[in-house]
Design a protein around this ligand. Structure first.
Ligand SMILES: *[C@@H]1O[C@H](CO)[C@@H](O)[C@H](O)[C@H]1NC(C)=O
Ligand SMILES: *[C@@H]1O[C@H](CO)[C@@H](O)[C@H](O)[C@H]1NC(C)=O
Ligand SMILES: *[C@@H]1O[C@H](CO)[C@@H](O)[C@H](O)[C@H]1NC(C)=O
Ligand SMILES: [Cu+2]
Length: 224
């Protein structure tokens, strides 16, 4: 007879096969498996009077996601536009995750001048089901987060590398509008805050190379 624990695991497995991806931190404004493909927030509308609002530290904080697709490319971005209709700032280059499961990017930096203002953190995933969206309503606060949420974990064997993603760089900011996307801190600055992802060489918009430290092994990744 299956134990309670096994049933719980089965239940979790069944659940996660239906969820394209989950935004664990900062808290999502809503998740709908069927409508996660609806830009800009997976069919949900930001509403600061009802949403669960997270304090997000401008100098260093985390974004925790969980993918049920075997491989995915992520875009992490933010805006002071509380309608999430545009004015996006990319927080990192696109990140390619080469495994299914939990992924937490630490050391996310947003412009320090945003402290004291409300805004939206957006996560976009490009994977087998196309572009999928989640948003979090946040208060940008000064300083660095001094605690890591328990949801901030990496699946064993995770590899994550910066990449280029044409689908993500041309995503619409809304169903009808066009995206205005700018680099958060400029190419080559602030990116070392991204934990083990370290840039070693930059091109204008073309060639990027990154040193990626994965489980102690260092790999040089060169991308066209
Ligand atoms: C808000 O988010 C926190 C942390 O994830 C959670 O514990 C709480 O239940 C949420 N509240 C609502 C109303 O969703
Ligand atoms: C757009 O973002 C910039 C900061 O990146 C901010 O100064 C400006 O107020 C924003 N505009 C709108 C309309 O949200
Ligand atoms: C997860 O892996 C990425 C890429 O290697 C790294 O930057 C990040 O700090 C890791 N997250 C945790 C919680 O260790
Ligand atoms: Cu899916």
């Amino acid at each position: 007879m299956p134990s309670f624990k096994n049933l719980a695991l089965l239940f979790l497995a069944a659940q996660s096969t239906t969820a394209h991806f989950l935004l664990h931190y900062p808290t999502t404004i809503g998740f709908s498996d069927d409508d996660e493909g609806t830009a800009p927030c997976g069919s949900f509308t930001v509403d600061f009077s009802t949403d669960n609002i997270t304090n997000f530290h401008v100098d260093s904080d985390v974004i925790a996601v969980e993918s049920t697709h075997p491989a995915a490319i992520w875009l992490f971005r933010a805006t002071l536009d509380t309608t999430a209709s545009g004015n996006w700032t990319d927080l990192l280059p696109a990140v390619s995750q080469d495994s299914l499961g939990a992924f937490c990017e630490k050391g996310i930096v947003v412009p320090s001048s945003w402290a004291g203002q409300r805004g939206v953190i957006s996560v976009v995933q490009d994977a087998t089901d196309g572009l999928l969206y989640q948003c979090a309503a946040v208060n940008f606060v000064s300083g660095s987060s001094n605690s890591t949420p328990s949801s901030c974990t990496n699946v064993t064997g995770l590899t994550a590398t910066f990449t280029q993603a044409s689908a993500l760089s041309s995503i619409p900011a809304s169903a009808t509008g066009s995206a205005t996307s700018t680099a958060a801190t400029g190419t080559g600055t602030g990116k070392s805050a991204a934990g083990a992802l370290r840039p070693v060489e930059y091109g204008a918009f073309g060639a990027l190379s990154w040193v990626v430290v994965v489980g102690g092994a260092t790999v040089l990744v060169a991308l066209l």
